[in-house]
Design a protein around this ligand. Structure first.
Ligand code: SF4
Length: 319
């Protein structure tokens, strides 16, 4: 897009939420693919999008990563990486049966939920899992326990109506990327109905999800419009858009600046920007640049937390 005459540009206040963008789990997963390419050379196969972001996936594809949905699409003698969202136990088992070289890029915070699920089953409990049907993290977590040992609850209505044979041995766990507020409401409903239900040791919703939602809450009330950079299949990005909307802003999920519809800015004096945990900072800068071509920006960084989380890489790639 060509720059417009500076005289014709209108002023626009921009509040940029922090923390935003990449979390430690996404950072680690991308690094795993890059290191695998360095170690073994291309192609390296990746089961499912390593993280839900087209820009990231396309960049890794350009370096030699091949993305597939199922393990049986991976040829013999080629390394394969499992995505950050986690996989059912059957997936590494199948890889081992085929003697494949594989690296599991599951975020350690998702793995922690998997281990909790295993422990609860050992204790003879039935697990209520709060999450979104069809999301790879949910599929992976259900794949940690025997069939029928876990029930999915997506809404308060589900929590109010679910029926269990034995209500004395229930426990709940949650997906890591949910809306903090919606999840509290669902958990409250579960606790009301099943006072003995066992809760997870800490929060299952991860630090990155909570921090990004808090940061959006801090800016959205002052914004006419909020842009969240993220993919339509990125759970945590979708939640950020909802949070902004609930604070009264018009909120849009965009993957790239090119998707920006200028009509969205009609009547807007203050715009907020955030980015989901799988969206790189370069896309935030791209959006700011695009806005700057039509408006005179006054940009304010609003930070609500400092993050210093980093996860270790798998030993096979760090040595
Ligand atoms: S959003 Fe949270 S659970 Fe998901 S990869 Fe990032 S840190 Fe891990």
């Amino acid at each position: 897009m060509a720059d417009i005459d500076p005289e014709l540009k209108r002023p626009l206040r921009v509040l940029v939420a922090g923390p935003r963008g990449f979390c430690a789990g996404v950072d680690r997963a991308i690094r795993i693919v890059e290191l695998a390419l360095e170690k073994w050379g291309a192609p390296v196969y990746v089961r499912h999008e390593i993280v839900h972001n087209r820009f990231v996936v396309d960049s890794l594809r350009a370096k030699g990563a091949v993305f597939v949905e199922e393990l049986d699409e991976v040829p013999e003698d080629v390394p394969v990486i499992f995505s950050a969202h986690g996989v059912a136990k059957s997936v590494p088992k199948a890889a081992e049966a085929r003697k494949m070289v594989y690296v599991d890029a599951t975020c350690p915070l998702v793995s922690k939920v998997h281990r909790q699920a295993e422990r609860l089953i050992e204790q003879g409990r039935h697990i209520i899992f709060v999450g979104h049907a069809g999301h790879p993290e949910v599929i992976g977590t259900f794949g940690q326990v025997p069939e029928g040992a876990m029930t999915l609850v997506e809404t308060i209505e589900d929590a109010e109506s679910a029926v269990f044979a034995d209500t004395s041995r229930l426990a709940f766990l949650t997906q890591t990327t949910l809306s903090v507020d919606d999840t509290h409401a669902i958990v409250d409903a579960l606790r009301r109905r099943f006072p003995e239900i066992q809760a997870p040791r800490g929060e299952d919703i991860c630090y990155a999800t909570s921090n990004r939602q808090d940061a959006v809450k801090a800016i959205a009330g002052d914004c006419d419009v909020v842009f969240v950079i993220g993919a339509p299949n990125s759970s945590n990005s979708l939640r950020l858009r909802e949070v902004a909307e609930r604070c009264g802003a018009r909120a849009y999920l965009v993957q790239r600046a090119a998707e920006l519809d200028w009509a969205w800015l009609d009547g807007a004096n203050t715009v907020g920007i955030s980015a989901g945990a799988s969206a790189p900072e370069v896309l935030v800068q791209e959006l700011l640049e695009a806005l700057g071509k039509r408006c005179v920006l006054s940009v304010e960084q609003i930070s609500t937390a400092v993050e210093d989380v980093a996860f270790k890489l798998p030993r096979v790639l760090s040595e």
